[in-house]
Design a protein around this ligand. Structure first.
Ligand code: ADP
Length: 362
């Protein structure tokens, strides 16, 4: 098979242009034309070729600096060269511009421009940047409250007033507990996202054992809230999963049902059964529910339904459901939610592998 050089250049994923010092395009590979709506680019200027002048300008700046230069640029969706494909989202581009030399190493006043679509890694970085910003914000709030109380106690010399000091310390403890929980949950999330959860250590056990464990950990809240926790799970329902993560998932779901309904004497039902080669586990409550507009976002990190939280409450971390989702997905399962506020809110997770355990238990 003989491949022509042009074909090789056309098949590259990168867009390649050869331009003059003034930005006149002498050559464009297929990918470059594709970026510009399959237009013929030879003989046009960069300014004519790209919808957004910033892209052309960035290339011309690199040319003006001389030698090999690189730059990166983020364009809003409406002005991206890939506008049609990307819809309204931003696109990121990495540029490498260098004087073009022929095979004998001679420069002819032409420049080679390599444009690489860096949108995917830009989006990944953006998620990371958002996470750091959100995490810092979430930690800063309780920290500021604790410093405020300490300042009151020490600077205003209120320590002598034991009753007041005790009250302030109680508040500080509440907020330091919140910080500790945030850090624990962030660590758990980061462990899962770094792939460790892919090596979850699955074992076979009775689901009821996990539920009993969670019930015990939440027993004081259940009693305090006069809530009812009904378990409709057969004692011999076997499951293959990571016991630690599954317990955490059930804890987060049941705790949510309780803590979102502090004054409601809520009724929480946990049920499970084999269903078409998987096990379906449901956590249902009859509390305030989740408004339809919020449903698409509740598995996102740090997302909370604003109107559920009044100022006196220490809000949740907003990480619980993202941990749940990642843990369920790490098991190859899926989770969904249906909510009719005030009537029924039901989280359903389906975990595979039950076929195996069902066969074993036969
Ligand atoms: P949080 O730490 O705030 O509980 P989650 O990620 O666990 O964070 O939940 C996100 C949001 O989803 C909660 O803040 C709450 O507003 C809403 N939510 C979750 N479960 C329920 C439920 N059973 N009933 C009502 N709202 C819920």
């Amino acid at each position: 098979m003989v491949l022509s050089r042009d074909q090789l250049i056309d098949d590259l994923d990168d867009a390649i242009l050869i331009i003059t010092k003034d930005g006149l395009i002498e050559f464009a590979n297929k990918q470059a034309s594709r970026l510009c709506g399959d237009r013929q680019l030879n003989g046009r200027t960069l300014i004519e070729a790209f919808i957004d002048d910033r892209l052309a300008q960035s290339i011309l700046d690199c040319v003006a600096k001389g030698g090999e230069q690189s730059d990166s640029i983020v364009l809003p969706g409406f002005s991206s060269p890939l506008n049609r494909d990307l819809g309204r989202s931003d696109s990121a581009w990495s540029l490498c511009v260098s004087p073009y030399k022929d095979s004998s190493g001679v420069e002819h006043g032409w420049y080679r421009v390599i444009m690489r679509d860096a949108t995917e890694s830009y989006n990944t970085d953006q998620v990371r940047r958002d996470f750091v910003a959100n995490a810092s914000h979430e930690l800063r709030t309780p920290l500021a409250i604790i410093s405020g109380y300490l300042e009151n106690l020490l600077d205003d010399d209120l320590v002598e007033d034991t009753e007041l000091a005790r009250r302030f310390m109680g508040k500080m403890r509440k907020h330091s507990d919140r910080m500790a929980r945030l850090v624990d949950e962030m660590l758990m999330l980061s462990r899962m996202e770094s792939g460790i959860a892919q090596n979850i250590s699955a074992e076979e056990f009775y689901l009821i054992e996990c539920i009993d464990d969670v019930r015990e950990r939440l027993s004081s809240i259940i009693v305090e809230q006069k809530a009812k926790l009904k378990v409709e799970v057969a004692d011999d329902l076997l499951i293959i999963a990571d016991r630690f993560y599954l317990t955490q998932v059930l804890f987060n779901l049941i705790e949510n049902a309780l803590k979102q309904n502090r004054n409601e004497k809520v009724r929480v039902v946990v049920s499970a059964g084999y269903d078409n080669g998987s096990v379906a586990i449901k956590v249902t409550d009859n509390g305030i529910g989740i408004p339809a507009n919020d449903i698409p976002f509740i598995f996102r990190r740090f997302y909370r339904v604003e109107k559920h939280h009044n100022r006196d409450q220490v809000a949740g971390t907003g990480l619980g459901l993202s941990i749940v989702k990642r843990a369920v997905e790490a098991h190859g399962g899926e989770i969904s939610v249906n909510s009719q506020p005030g009537l029924e809110t039901c989280f359903t997770m389906r975990l595979p592998w039950v076929q195996k355990s069902a066969e074993k238990s036969d």
